[in-house]
Design a protein around this ligand. Structure first.
Ligand code: KG4
Ligand code: ZN
Length: 340
């Protein structure tokens, strides 16, 4: 007998992207993301504006995802949503919407941890994407998080190290602000970095024990450096922007790779996956590719559309939990500081 298809609707609203996706088993049928341009004017996410924008976007985004998938909402098997971590006002919109829709359709509700989802995005079935075998190490690098996680099975994860202050994406975005770049600055710094000299300027790397990270000192070092240089030459930024970006990127990639090397040494695990917005970065992708030859690692990099926040990664976790009948009660609460 042919196995029945499972259709999962995933909903993501933890920060400033409203997203909905539909999966058929572990294949993506649709993945719609509405990002919120409004925050660019403020140079960072404004929580109050984010939750309002989610309210406006959620119905049309979900509607589009179902329509693009070519199914009827009555065919859905379950609804998966981001429970946390994230901004409370933003999470509440997705959580309440998911509950109401699951209740109305009388289907299971599945809560998903956003950070687990960044890792499990690797299990979306895609042509030409190999899935990491267990155990593997996952480095999640985004605007809100920087972690190295040992993944022993889909749901057995152990955080080996994490940032003690800013996330790596914040280091990109805040350095970009100092340089007068728009928000988020990560992609622009990355683009310019590829045109500049990575060794033009040196920034001291933070000294943090073990597998933890720190990025706030680097941000301050860049700020002071730029202020000093601009004092001597008011056109310093414009004249050297590509070199400054390349040097910042070189420093950040150096920090990430050093911690990964230490994690491999400590665990003897050589399968390395990355996830989160910063995993779109060309520097980290290149460094990982090189590590395959250099250190004999096997590396796993997500497709671009699954790097920054998206609901496809929420839906795949929903599917994996659905197989285990791991459903949520309807009184489940959004949790801003949810741990892996
Ligand atoms: O995962 P994500 O969409 O949201 C969070 O959960 O934080 O990550 C957004 C972050 C931003 O800080 C953005 O600047 C950064 O990812 N980012 C990049 C690149 N693309 C996005 N950073 C460096 N290089 C990139 N190409
Ligand atoms: Zn994220």
């Amino acid at each position: 007998m042919k196995k029945e298809n499972i259709y999962i609707l995933g909903i993501e609203s933890s920060c400033d992207d409203t997203s909905a996706a539909v999966l058929c088993n572990d294949r993506i049928l649709s993945n719609v993301v509405a990002d919120q341009k409004i925050h660019a004017e403020y140079g960072g996410v404004v929580p109050e504006l984010a939750s309002r924008a989610h309210q406006q976007n959620i119905v049309p985004v979900v509607h589009q995802a179902i329509e693009k998938a070519g199914i009827k909402k009555e065919q859905l098997s379950a609804i998966a949503f981001t429970r946390g971590p994230g901004l409370m006002g933003s999470l509440l919109v997705g959580t309440s919407f998911a509950k109401s829709l699951a209740y109305g359709l009388n289907i299971p509700l599945i809560d998903v941890n956003h950070m687990q989802a960044h890792i499990l995005a690797h299990f979306i079935d895609e042509d030409n994407h190999k899935k990491p075998p267990f155990p593997f190490l996952a480095m999640t690098i985004s605007g809100g998080h920087t972690q190295i996680v040992k993944v022993s099975s889909h749901f057995k994860m152990e955080v080996l190290g994490e940032t003690i202050d800013d996330a790596v994406g914040e280091a990109y975005d805040k350095s970009g602000k100092v340089l007068g770049l728009g928000y988020p600055a990560g992609p622009e710094i990355d683009r310019r970095a590829q045109l500049g000299n990575p060794k033009a300027y040196q920034f001291t790397k933070p000294k943090v024990e073990g597998l933890n990270f720190s990025f706030s000192g680097l941000k301050t070092a860049i700020l002071y450096f730029v202020q000093r240089e601009v004092k001597a030459n008011p056109n310093f930024i414009e004249e050297n922007l590509n070199d400054i970006c390349a040097s910042i990127q070189y420093t950040i990639i150096g920090i990430l790779m050093a911690k990964l090397k230490l994690a491999v040494k400590q665990t003897a695990i050589k399968h390395i996956a990355i996830g989160g917005g910063v995993s779109a970065n060309s520097g980290i992708r290149k460094a990982l590719k090189e590590s395959e030859q250099k250190f004999g690692w096997a590396t796993y990099v997500p497709k671009f559309e699954y790097t920054t926040d998206n609901a496809a990664m929420i839906a795949i976790v929903g599917y994996l939990k659905y197989l285990e009948k791991d459903f949520s009660d309807f009184d489940v609460m959004a949790t801003a500081r949810l741990k892996i």
